[in-house]
Write a protein that binds this ligand. Sequence first.
Ligand SMILES: [Zn+2]
Length: 187
Amino acid sequence: MTPKMHLYVLASGSKGNAAVVEGPQGSVLIDCGISRRELMRRADACGCDLDRVTHVLVTHEHSDHTRGLPVLSNHFDGELLATAGTAGGAKPLASLPFTLVTHSDTLGLAGMVVTTFPTSHDVADPFGLRFSVLDADGQIEDSIGWCTDTGYLTAEALGQLRGVRILGLESNHDVQMLAHGPYPAWL
Ligand SMILES: [Zn+2]
């Protein structure tokens, strides 16, 4: 694959999540769980141009993925995309001007083909993402997979994530790992 996209992970973990996928015709911000100010500071520090962002994709309603959205949306002319479950899943999101998508959608954003797929998480309607750049013949030139806060990978997720050049994966609860790990049973 030829690198045609760039991934910036600006925040990850329970204190906040945000990432930018830079495509050929713009960039997409995935989640905004940190303040706009902090987002701008971190983007600046690693040479990520937030002025290129044309769309914000919100994977689910948890505050560590959405905390910065209300302020960000006051300063953002592009589209906010989420499922109806996510948009209606938390009070601070209720007044935001979302464009609704589903957890099994294919979208054309910033020169990329963006596919959503369902993840396994205890929220209303979460999704993971695959980003692809195609050549003139429709062949995949580059691809990035993104899947966070998932208990396990659904069959659909595995299919979408197969063969990507960069895979961003985060999982925070694994029954087998907990059972065999160093933590005592009461914890
Ligand atoms: Zn979550």
